[in-house]
Write a protein that binds this ligand. Sequence first.
Ligand SMILES: [Zn+2]
Length: 230
Amino acid sequence: MTQQRSPSLEAWVLGRRLELLGLRGVKKLELHENRTVMVTLTERGVLRLHRGYYYAPDSVLRAVVDFVSPRVPRQRRLQAERELLAFPVGDFVPPKPRPSRNGRVRPGDLRLIRELEKLHRKFNREYFGGKLSAVRIRLSSRMRTRLGELTLDERTHRPVEIAISRRHLERDEWSEVEHTMLHEMVHQWQAESGLNVDHGPAFRRKALEVGIEPRARRFVRSRRRAARYG
Ligand SMILES: [Zn+2]
């Protein structure tokens, strides 16, 4: 664990160091953790600086002073900019992790995932003799033209996850979603039977047996568009 210094103390110490290095005319120093703009000086004399510079050596802080001081020759200012940008602020103040767009669980997702898991269990009993393993079900916001996708473990080639397109769930009828789940489950059956996961003869045979279209692409009627599977 690192010690948490008080933000105001950090600003005060950093402000003093900058003053000693020649900074003038700054009324206030504010620290931030925004990585897009490291240093700005407002017209009202507020210097906004990334908090990581608290950990910078004097040589880097001198570059900060040059960068914001008036009447610094252009060449020197450009060099100062390069120097201050080269300092790895992120090593000292790591960026806060943001929830990824794709991984975000939205309200209502859990209920939908439970429904899809139930569907997987039902189809497993009805069409695969209950022999398929339980896999994780995920909703994907990234899948725009694909309806569903089976993910295999890179090393073992065992199925780990079935992703269903969020768009598909929102736009198409439940019977279409059922079709997609069954399609992915035929791929799961291929993988767990040691067959290639493709749309070849084994896929087509099994697809006909379970009553789904034996192809990689499907025309989703309710929206009059072609969509494909992974
Ligand atoms: Zn497929």
